[in-house]
Design a protein around this ligand. Sequence first.
Ligand SMILES: [Zn+2]
Length: 280
Amino acid sequence: MTSDVFADIGVIGGSGFYSFLDDVTEVPVDTPYGSPSDSLFLGELAGRRVAFLPRHGRGHSVPPHRINYRANLWALRSVGVRQVLGPCAVGGLREEHGPGTLVVPDQLVDRTKTRAQTFFDGEPRPDGAVPNVVHVSFADPYCPDGRRVALKAARGQGWEPVDGGTMVVVEGPRFSTRAESRWHAAAGWSVVGMTGHPEAVLARELGLCYTSFALVTDLDAGAETGDGVSHSEVLRVFGENVGRLRDVLFDAVAALPATTDRDCLCTRAHDGWDLGIELP
Ligand SMILES: [Zn+2]
């Protein structure tokens, strides 16, 4: 593999995270699970090789429930990625998590409905390979080392992050009703998003480290007395914060351990399991 098509750090996020880099190579990747949301965009950052993947495709044409999450994670791993950073926009479920808050969650709750969320379902793939049924540990869904790096990077940019909390992931593409939002808040969860799952579990199934950077763009419906969440408000707050979120991500990229130095629970995801398929 030439360096042009190698990267060991992946960032799943919008074009705002790579469009200004000079030396970007666009790499189309196909996978046994179909096509990812877009090409990978590979470049160098702080001496590290990074693959950027627009989660919703360029032009934001793929809604959260139709993203091919399996293809996205497989594609990243196939170019060498072992650590993934996942910035996303979320709604805040607590008054103190207002717009502009950065949450680095340590837990998630899956309320999605229709998404393929495993590589290991025992079903033959189109290429004839047959994965075994595998049950990975997911008690701690995010990489503890990645979280530490994320928190330090945010503080280094003068942005005090929320250390921990639970992201509930809903199917979308609609926003929550007030009743759903009150329910999520009453359960003690922190933020609500549409893309954090199955992204995190598929990363774990491939033995990848995954760290979520959840930017609060609105107070979710039940947490406010106004008209509820609007897409234009989400875009406005995201736009106001995308610059410093990018700075935090880039500092985190620079501070992540080398692939060969990883010693976190993510690297032990397959201990004791026969996968039945080769990972790229
Ligand atoms: Zn890890």
